[in-house]
Design a protein around this ligand. Structure first.
Ligand code: HPA
Ligand code: MG
Length: 219
């Protein structure tokens, strides 16, 4: 049943999605009617996200099983990933002798307008931390560095970061979260709480937006 045992040098870079991955045709899955013309393909189906999250939860349990932790959910895009990750950890606890007391806190980051990164970063609200941070996307790593600087100011005992998606971007800082769901090409994706100008958070799968979708929801 079990996968490989993990150790410090055995960094798990996540499931690597190659540059030429076309995604799945939309009509092989269901998605909300109101987005039917706005998406190009299903890039990562919801079930695959859940299966991978379950494994990340197990890795986290193996590493942190004896600590009290604060899960710091990075809003808004990370809310679904964090909620599912916490749920998976709870299920694992229920089915094992381990226990992992968790508090959940929230921090809000916003650095995107349309599909472009902006320099303007807002951080709101985070206190009393000892932290597992859950973020949906890590691309250049700059936002993550700002977040870590911010969190470190609270002198937590330990900081671990779980990122659902890491993008292969040319301008990347090389920063890698401790737990990575998927490594993906440098494409703009939506769904599973990831937005394009606040739309598409209500989509279960991670999808690629169509040109029409970009035009329709452009600010
Ligand atoms: N989609 C949504 N939000 C994002 C992305 C993305 O691909 N990259 C950084 N923020
Ligand atoms: Mg966003």
């Amino acid at each position: 049943m079990a996968g490989r045992e993990r150790n410090q040098t055995d960094m798990d870079k996540g499931i690597v999605i190659p540059d030429d991955w076309p995604g799945y045709p939309l009509d092989l899955f269901t998605s909300p009617e109101h987005y039917c013309e706005d998406l190009e393909c299903v890039y990562i189906p919801h079930g695959v996200i859940m299966d991978r999250t379950e494994r990340l939860a197990r890795n986290i349990m193996d590493d942190l099983g004896d600590h009290d932790i604060v899960v710091l959910c990075v809003l808004k895009g990370g809310y679904q990933f964090c909620a599912d990750l916490v749920d998976c950890i709870k299920v694992l606890c229920r089915h094992s002798n381990k226990t992992l007391p968790m508090r959940v806190d929230f921090i809000r980051l916003k650095s995107y307008l349309n599909d472009q990164s902006t320099e303007d970063l807002h951080i709101e609200g985070a206190e009393n931390l000892s932290v597992l941070s859950g973020k949906a996307i890590v691309d250049t790593g700059k936002t993550m560095k700002t977040l870590l600087d911010h969190v470190e100011a609270f002198s937590p005992k330990m900081i671990k970061v779980a990122g659902l998606l890491v993008k292969r971007v040319p301008s990347g800082t090389g920063y890698l979260p401790d737990y990575v769901g998927f490594e993906i090409p440098n494409r703009f994706v939506v769904g599973y709480a990831l937005d394009y100008n606040e739309y598409f958070r209500d989509l279960n799968h991670i999808c690629v937006i169509s040109d029409r979708g970009k035009q329709k929801y452009k600010i």
